[in-house]
Ligand binder design. Structure first.
Ligand code: SF4
Length: 396
């Protein structure tokens, strides 16, 4: 670990971290810390819920006592997410990464990511936050939801002993971000809430080094840890997976209200965020409900946070469904725009070319995009170059 003393010896913490990155995980003489750490396939099928399994001994190297739980006299109740798991000694939470060990709750994913990449920030997606910058992206095993259409089920629906992990403690994550010229660290791919201690501690160090923190999330985090996290968080993309409780329960194993509460909390804390809504045929493609959702957003948090509709493609347990029809996506976009949302995009459907930022006043293209690439930028000091309209976002 770098310490404050490094500065007094004439080496800044930033320089120390850059040097530390070279040997941090031993992934090459060139000092590249980034690698595909999760190439192995899990050996067993995921089970459906919480399980009684003590942690294998090798996992304790990457354990930390959890920040949010209550000791109920041997049983512990996790306070991190709305699942509020009550766990007997030896039992793990629904997320598969938190275990009651001797009456204390431990995270088993502190410093053992199974996926580490450098991504364009547009991939998160974040379109109105430091465009064209790079995000150092990490994930661990586990998740607190059970989406039937999960894109990353090979890591999210398994415990950490069944994914292929590397070792990357918080200092080394920040070092990697600096070394790779990334302006931000994205906690992403699986649900980062379940590796809260790792994410939070990394975020504190990143903040000190001028690296931004991005939370790519399903929004299922309880109020107290979220308020704490907001002190070091810079931006988020929140999946609003639908607008009906019964669909949330059946499709995702979650619930709607915690996500709406998260959106309000981020708004109140002045954290920049964008919303993603995946339109799944027969599940979340009701245009009346999409209209209701859009009006809720405008009424409760305003029309300036970007909304990304995303096209479903068959995967995981929903392989028999077709991709979302293009017409449904364009109709959804029109409905959301009519409801008062100023920045509405359609992702995973490049043929529609609906990923440009359009000025809400003059209708000209302010930022043009093709895939994750910026093709034109007509932003001047955060304003539309053509008419001077302020474009909501974090640009500098
Ligand atoms: S973080 Fe995990 S252990 Fe804690 S309440 Fe959520 S699912 Fe349960």
């Amino acid at each position: 670990m770098a310490s404050r003393d490094d500065r007094s010896e004439g080496i800044s913490r930033r320089e120390f971290l850059k040097k530390a990155a070279v040997g941090a995980v031993g992934l090459g003489a060139g000092g590249y810390i980034v690698n595909e750490l999760s190439k192995g396939k899990p050996e067993s099928r995921p089970n459906g819920g919480s399980e009684v399994t003590a942690a294998p001994s090798e996992l304790w190297k990457w354990s930390r006592e959890a920040y949010d739980y209550r000791d109920l006299g041997g049983t512990v109740r996790c306070g991190l997410c709305p699942n509020t798991c009550s766990l007997q000694p030896g039992q793990r939470g629904i997320c598969r990464v938190r275990v009651n060990h001797g009456g204390r709750l431990y995270s088993l994913v502190y410093g053992n990511p199974c996926s580490v990449h450098v991504d364009p920030i547009e991939k998160k997606p974040l379109f109105h936050f430091l465009p064209a910058s790079k995000a150092f992206s990490i994930a661990t095993a586990g998740c607190n939801l059970r989406c039937l259409n999960c894109q990353n089920w090979e890591i999210s629906q398994y415990p950490p002993e069944e994914t292929e992990n590397g070792e990357l403690f918080p200092d080394a994550v920040v070092a990697g971000a600096l070394q790779q010229g990334c302006k931000s660290i994205a906690y992403t791919y699986n649900e980062p809430t379940i590796f809260y201690e790792y994410m939070y501690d990394t975020s504190v160090i990143a903040r000190e080094e001028g690296v931004r923190n991005l939370w790519i999330t399903n929004g299922h985090m309880n109020e107290e840890p979220l308020e704490r996290f907001c002190t070091v968080l810079d931006a988020a993309n929140v999946d609003l997976k639908g607008f009906r409780d019964n669909i949330y329960l059946e499709l995702n194993g979650g619930s709607l209200q915690p996500v709406l509460k998260t959106l309000k909390t981020l708004h109140e804390n002045r954290i920049w965020f964008e919303i993603t809504n995946l339109i799944v045929p027969t599940w979340t493609d009701d245009l009346d409900v999409i209209g209701e959702m859009s009006r809720w957003i405008v009424k409760n948090i305003g029309g300036d946070y970007p909304l990304h509709f995303s096209r479903f493609h068959p995967q995981y347990k929903l392989t028999k469904l077709p991709p979302t029809p293009l017409e449904v996506l364009t109709n959804a976009r029109d409905i959301a725009s009519d409801a008062g949302l100023n920045y509405v995009f359609v992702g995973n459907a490049p043929q529609l070319q609906l990923e440009d930022t359009i000025c809400p006043r003059c209708g000209r293209t302010v930022i043009g995009r093709a895939g994750y690439r910026i093709t034109e930028n007509n932003l001047q000091d955060g304003n539309c170059r053509f008419c001077g309209e302020a474009i909501a976002g974090v640009w500098m």
